[in-house]
Ligand binder design. Sequence first.
Ligand SMILES: Cc1cc2nc3c(=O)[nH]c(=O)nc-3n(C[C@H](O)[C@H](O)[C@H](O)COP(=O)(O)OP(=O)(O)OC[C@H]3O[C@@H](n4cnc5c(N)ncnc54)[C@H](O)[C@@H]3O)c2cc1C
Ligand code: FES
Length: 499
Amino acid sequence: MNGNAIHHSCWVHSNPLTQRFDRLSATHTSNVAVVGGGITGLSTALELLHRGFSVAVYEAGIIGGGTTGGSTGHLDAHPEIGCGELLSKLGETAGREYVQLRQAAIAAIEHRAANYCDFTRVPGYYYSEHADDASSLRDECEAAARLGLPVEWCDKPPLQFATVGYRIDSMARMDSMAYLRRLTDLVVEAGGKIFEKSIARVSLEEQTRELSVGDGTAHFDHLVLAAHCNKSDSMLLDIETPAYQSYALLAEVANPPADGLFWDNSDPYFYTRRWGSASPNKIIVGGCDHRTGDGDTKQAQADLEEYVRQRFDVRSIESRWSAELFEPTDGLPMIGKVPGKENVWIATGLSGVGLTWGTAAGWLIADQIFRGSSTLQDALSPARLSVSAITGAVTEMAAPVKGMAQRILPAKKIDPVTLRPGEGAVGDVEGVHTAICRDKSGVLHRCDPVCTHMGGTVSWNEAEQTWDCPVHGGRFTNCGKRLYGPPEQDLQSPKTGKQ
Ligand SMILES: Cc1cc2nc3c(=O)[nH]c(=O)nc-3n(C[C@H](O)[C@H](O)[C@H](O)COP(=O)(O)OP(=O)(O)OC[C@H]3O[C@@H](n4cnc5c(N)ncnc54)[C@H](O)[C@@H]3O)c2cc1C
Ligand code: FES
């Protein structure tokens, strides 16, 4: 992830993260305070500015350092949960509204930045490598047509290893970092204020009017939580939007596919696209998702590379990275008013399609603040709770429970001498419960493994050289500095005598 770990996305390589805006050091007052300067926060700020509100965006790190800068720049309107499932969940009318919102988001991005971010309209292809899947994919294709997606069945999608699937016209690809830069400029041109290196310490009342931010204080009438993760105090939202780690790489290949977005029907799915218009032989491939803090990160990275090498004639792998996403257990994003709060709004659980949902969240939240209602308000409300959400949430609780339980289980003994460069572990180091790692240059770092958000036990992410918390996806550097997710404090030093 970009500001978050050792690996930077291919966009950040060409658009390095540089601080453009000051840290908040005094009191700042605006109608609306937006926490988070990714695509969601900036899109919402822009929509609110266009409706006449004064807006300040508070970003903990640097614009682009979150998941938007680590995304793969696909813009599509296809439901991630599948078209048949979306129809059975929402019905045809609301299902069509869902698709229209995401199509409108693609059009909004095109309108705002087509000339700045290599925005290119391309078809999307949902495919299988197995001819046996033709019948189920045909059902999905029919459901997609009922949802209003411009689809056509393909006996052979234009990807070497795809056997069957369908095409969705008028999807798009872009350079995510270049788009964020353009969006930032638009917010400033519209009169918005942006503060970087300004973490908001979010503590919510029924009506919150001020927050401590950076070295100052933000005053506001409305608060928008656009931090990607759940920054509200709703525990239900925590369990409904578990954190996942997702992997991507940029490769130069001799045999690129046609210019399109390709994703398969496996779970978790793999996806492929060309990188940019000027380099047709470079492709981005992503996949191998797993729960944050509960998977073998090096293995996931290796599996993705193996997947690419088996399918393409690879000349070189140019970059590898991973980033975090929040997967709603019922498959729909959480966008709207925070339950139990009068003036606090949130967009989270945007899963792997948050470039379109983050954009749409802009006008959904702005409409709800400005005129009290929006399209799909109830279906996307963070206050909804369906039976399937509860069932999914219970299944998803396994990793957090494990993360919490590790605190009370006897810790395994670790001899620091046995740790090789790049390795880390949590356990009993000379009688002290410790998160210990040896960085790639051989230096040992020790921290208290208890996450400063709500007490989960962090685990070592060898691929990114970070400490990740399985409970809500908090992330820290190898020496315990806060990087991403809900925590607002660094990890502490190991506590002598604590096992
Ligand atoms: C590998 C990967 C590839 C993806 N590819 C795609 C894709 O191709 N297409 C697609 O549609 N979606 C994709 N997604 C999903 C998409 O990238 C995200 O859903 C989207 O970028 C989320 O945007 P955001 O603005 O909500 O979050 P972010 O971009 O993470 O922005 C949130 C910001 O909030 C800041 N913040 C957090 N806490 C605080 C605080 N307390 N105070 C102040 N600031 C704070 C963070 O520093 C961060 O900058 C991908 C996700 C991953 C992991
Ligand atoms: S306990 Fe919430 S992120 Fe660690």
